[in-house]
Ligand binder design. Structure first.
Ligand SMILES: C[S@@+](CC[C@H](N)C(=O)[O-])C[C@H]1O[C@@H](n2cnc3c(N)ncnc32)[C@H](O)[C@@H]1O
Length: 329
C-alpha cells in the first residue's frame, strides 16, 4: 500500500501546471460539488464533469487516486505475465488508466482514451504533453459516448470508475462492449459496498462468457465474503499542497479504497498462468512477533485466517513484506 506508483510524481507535476492560473475558490467549489455528487451514487443523465473547472477539479483531487488504484491493478497483470501492446480506456476521462498502464508496461505501443466530455479529453492531452514515456505522450484522446464507441480493439480494455454513472442496463452494455473489444478487461470501482456489488455483477457476466479471472479472486466460485463485508483494497496516494488545499485536508497522504476485477478472454492466459493461484490478502496483515496473521480469500473458494510463522523461513520473510491486496506469499 505504501509503494509509490511509477509516474505518480510526473502526473502530480503535470496536474500542478494544469491548475495554475485557475481561480482557487472556483476549484474548491467545483471539488465540493463533485464530492457531493459522487457520494450520491446515482446514474448521471447528463455528464457530471459539466465544465472545464469541474474537469480541473476532478483531475486535481481524484486523478492521483484513480491512477494509484489502477497502477496496483496493472502491477498485478504484469505479475501474471501479461504484456499488452495496446490499451483502450472506456470512459477514460483525463487519462488515469493511460498513465498507470504506461508506467507498468514497456510492451505498450498504443493508448486510446474515449470519453463523452471534450474538456476532460483536452485536459488529458495537456497532461501527457510532457509525459515521461513516448507512448503515453502519443495517447489518442477521442470523444465518444457509451453505446456508440468506435470499433477500436485492444489487448487491454479498462473501465475505471465509470459504472456508477450508468444504470444497470448501460453497465451491462458497457461491459459487453469492453469484452468485444479487448482480450483482457479491467474494471475498477470505488471500494464501497455498492462498488463491490457492481464488480460482482461484472464478474458473473465474465464467468458466464467463459473468461478467466486474473484477479483479485483466486477462484471462480461464488464470492465467499458474507453479509456486511465487501472485497476492496487500498492504494496510498501522497497529496500535493494544492490537493490538500482543495480538499481542506491536513494529512500528506490518503488511502484510495477500490474494488477491481480483471479477466482474460478464453485462450489468452497460458494454461499455467490461468491456474497459478494463491490466496488474496483481504485486510492489513497483523505483524506479530514471530508470525504474521492474514485474512485471505483462498483458491478453494473459502475465506478465512492464515498464519505464517517464522518456521516457514523464506515464506515468512516474504510474509513480513506482504500488504493488504497482495497475493499471499
Ligand atoms: C469518475 S470519472 C472516471 C474517469 C477515469 N476513468 C478515471 O478513472 O479517473 C467517470 C468518467 O466516465 C465518463 N462517462 C460517464 N458516462 C459516460 C458515457 N455514457 N459515455 C462516455 N463516457 C462516460 C465521464 O465523462 C467521466 O469522464
Amino acid at each position: 500500500m505504501t509503494r509509490t506508483p511509477a509516474y505518480a510524481a510526473e502526473l502530480r507535476a503535470a496536474l500542478t501546471r494544469a491548475v495554475r492560473g485557475i481561480d482557487e475558490r472556483e476549484l474548491v467549489r467545483a471539488t465540493e460539488a463533485l464530492v457531493a455528487r459522487y457520494r450520491s451514487v446515482a446514474p448521471a443523465p447528463v455528464p457530471i464533469l459539466a465544465s472545464r473547472v469541474h474537469v480541473m477539479a476532478y483531475a486535481a483531487y481524484r486523478m492521483p487516486a484513480t491512477h494509484a488504484a489502477l497502477a496496483r491493478v496493472m502491477d498485478e497483470l504484469a505479475d501474471r505475465g501479461l504484456a499488452p501492446r495496446s490499451l483502450l480506456d472506456l470512459g477514460g476521462g483525463t487519462g488515469a488508466a493511460a498513465w498507470a498502464a504506461a508506467g507498468t508496461f514497456d510492451s505498450l505501443k498504443s493508448i486510446t482514451v474515449l470519453d463523452q466530455v471534450e474538456d476532460a479529453l483536452v485536459l488529458g492531452r495537456e497532461l501527457v504533453a510532457d509525459a515521461p514515456s513516448g507512448v503515453l505522450a502519443r495517447t489518442t484522446f477521442r470523444q465518444a459516448v457509451a453505446g456508440s464507441w468506435p470499433d477500436v480493439g485492444a489487448d487491454l480494455v479498462t473501465v475505471s470508475y465509470v459504472l456508477s454513472e450508468l444504470d444497470e442496463a448501460q453497465q451491462e452494455a458497457l461491459v459487453a462492449d469492453a469484452m468485444r473489444r479487448g482480450r483482457i478487461v479491467v474494471i475498477a470501482e470505488p471500494g464501497t459496498p455498492d462498488g463491490y456489488t457492481r464488480v460482482l455483477r461484472v464478474r458473473s457476466a465474465l464467468l458466464a462468457a467463459g473468461w478467466t479471472l486474473v484477479g483479485p479472486c483466486p477462484h471462480a466460485a461464488d464470492c465467499p465474503l458474507g453479509q456486511g463485508d465487501w472485497c476492496h483494497f487500498a492504494a496510498r496516494v501522497s497529496r500535493s499542497a494544492e490537493h490538500r488545499r482543495l480538499k481542506g485536508a491536513e494529512l500528506s497522504y490518503e488511502d484510495e479504497k477500490f474494488s477491481w476485477l480483471a479477466a482474460a478472454a478464453p485462450g489468452v492466459l497460458e494454461p499455467q498462468a490461468a491456474h497459478a493461484r494463491s490466496g488474496r490478502i483481504l485486510r492489513h496483515p497483523l505483524k506479530r512477533k514471530g508470525f504474521v496473521e492474514f485474512q485471505v480469500c483462498r483458491p478453494d473458494g473459502t475465506a478465512g485466517r492464515e498464519v505464517i510463522s517464522k518456521k516457514a523461513g523464506e515464506r515468512y520473510r516474504k510474509a513480513r513484506d506482504a500488504e493488504w491486496g497482495d497475493v499471499l506469499p
